[in-house]
Design a binder for this molecule. Structure first.
Ligand SMILES: [Zn+2]
Length: 113
């Protein structure tokens, strides 16, 4: 690959392409500890857009859970939909993190790496 410079998997500290979709998905958002870059040892996480998308997705899932609880009489179906909403929210936010938006530096100053 020649366009390493443009990759969303580049470390924001050192510029090395030290992340992949899986490690990026697990790096978490701005409030997380992030993941340590293999090349420079500093911490990186997903940026503000990712954090906002995660919040929105979880709010939608929560609404889905409440709607299923309120309006579906069949307990088994309601339960399945609630669990499904939460799992779907988790997967959607992880997939978003894995494939969209560049990494950013961890801004929490209580973490020393
Ligand atoms: Zn690095």
């Amino acid at each position: 690959m020649s366009n390493n410079k443009e990759s969303i998997y580049n470390c924001p500290h050192c510029g090395e392409k030290s992340f992949n979709p899986l490690t990026k998905a697990m790096a978490g958002g701005l409030n997380s500890k992030g993941k340590v870059c293999k090349a420079c040892g500093r911490r990186c996480c997903n940026g503000q857009v990712s954090t906002i998308i995660n919040a929105v997705v979880y709010v939608i899932a929560l609404v889905g859970v409440i709607l299923a609880y309120l309006f579906i009489d069949n307990n088994m179906l309601a339960f399945t939909l609630m669990i499904g909403s939460i799992i779907a929210a988790f997967l959607i936010s992880r997939i978003f993190d894995a494939f969209f938006m560049p990494m950013t530096k961890v801004i929490r100053n209580d973490i020393r790496s």
